[in-house]
Design a protein around this ligand. Structure first.
Ligand code: ADP
Ligand code: MG
Length: 326
């Protein structure tokens, strides 16, 4: 057994898992330095939850190895669990208990004494801004409050490594930002985080490293900046008056060596990757209008997961509902 206090909090190599004929995860490598955040970014059905369940000892690994906090999760699951906190994709709170009771219950299950459990619950309720709602049934909580209670619950035993499976899916923008802040505070305090997300902006905001997966395999990895360099920063989208105008605009943009990353024939929209920031927007619009292209609408947006997929795979994210099993 290795006793090295590694600076790598999560190390997985060749992680593989099948469910019958479904190859959910195939040869995924992940390395997360201590007190950093890595995001696994991918669409529904990509294999994100399966990776998290293997790393957290909830699912048997078919092939490959995984260590969390220096402990091999397959060989020594009990020791690994002591290092791990997990917030699953579905909230685990008991709606009939108050927020405080939920936390005390979990603290007791992790063998804290009654006094300790009460103290720990109180501390976490404060830390996750749930103090005022602490004595209300969790069933009355908003989505954001439930997620914060989940986070608090996964921090009861003060784990070294926290796994968050889609921590903000389904939340309103305000609550997402609250959760992001809490995650940042945890990392500043030394916790290592592996989170999964379907949102590029979330990975961009939180993660030091991003691993993009699709159909169970890694299709790209790097820092947010590296990934955005590949995807090409902001997007400029135009709507023009009709099909001829669309052809005309495309021709003129290509002549200026502007990269066209999307084209919608029905809506007469064209999307280009911006490389030079805001002044380029004005320049492109001017040049097209100068060429007689009538522009009806203009949008500037940051690249989305779909843009990442379009760039990396040449295909849109599959929106196959039957893949959204979990
Ligand atoms: N328990 C299971 N039994 C059968 N297939 C599963 C099971 N869990 C996940 N899958 C399949 O494995 C693939 C990856 O699923 P999952 O890891 O949940 O993806 P994600 O979390 O990225 O949405 C999907 O095709 C899903 O249908
Ligand atoms: Mg999932």
């Amino acid at each position: 057994m290795t006793t090295v206090t590694s600076e790598t909090a999560i190390r997985a190599s060749g992680l593989t898992k099948s469910f019958g004929d479904v190859k959910a995860v195939v040869g995924v490598d992940i390395e997360v330095p201590r007190a950093t955040v890595t995001a696994i970014l991918g669409p529904n059905g990509a294999g994100k939850t399966t990776v998290v369940r293997m790393l957290t000892t909830l699912l048997k690994i078919d092939a490959g190895t995984a260590e969390v906090g220096g402990v091999n999760v397959a060989k020594d699951p009990n020791a690994a669990r002591l290092k791990i906190g997990l917030t699953g994709q579905d909230t685990a709170v008991d709606e009939l208990l108050t927020g405080r009771e939920n936390l005390i219950l979990i603290a007791r299950l992790t063998r804290l004494s009654k006094q300790e459990a009460i103290r720990r619950a109180d501390e976490l309720l404060t830390r996750f801004d749930l103090h005022e709602a602490a004595d209300r049934n969790a069933g009355t909580y908003s989505g954001g409050m439930r997620r914060r209670l989940d986070l608090a619950a996964s921090m009861i035993a003060d784990p070294e490594v926290l796994f968050l499976d889609e921590p903000t899916t389904g939340l309103d923008p305000r609550s997402r930002i609250d959760i992001w802040k809490k995650i940042e505070e945890l990392v500043a305090g030394g916790t290592t985080v592996l989170l999964t997300t379907q949102y590029l902006d979330e990975a961009d905001e939180l993660a030091d490293d991003i691993v993009v997966i699709d159909h169970g395999t890694v299709i790209a990895r790097g820092t947010s900046d590296e990934l955005k360099d590949r995807v090409g920063g902001q997007r400029l989208e135009f709507k023009v008056s009709g099909p001829e105008a669309l052809d005309h605009a495309a021709e003129k943009l290509e002549a200026q060596n502007v990269e066209i990353v999307g084209r919608d024939e029905r809506e007469h929209r064209i999307t280009v990757a911006l490389t030079e920031g805001a002044t380029q927007v004005a320049r492109l619009i001017d040049s097209l209008e100068f060429e007689g292209v009538k522009i009806e609408e203009v949008f500037v947006h940051r690249p989305t997961l779909d843009d990442v997929f379009l760039t990396l795979t040449g295909q849109h994210v599959a929106t196959d509902e039957e893949e959204s099993l979990s």
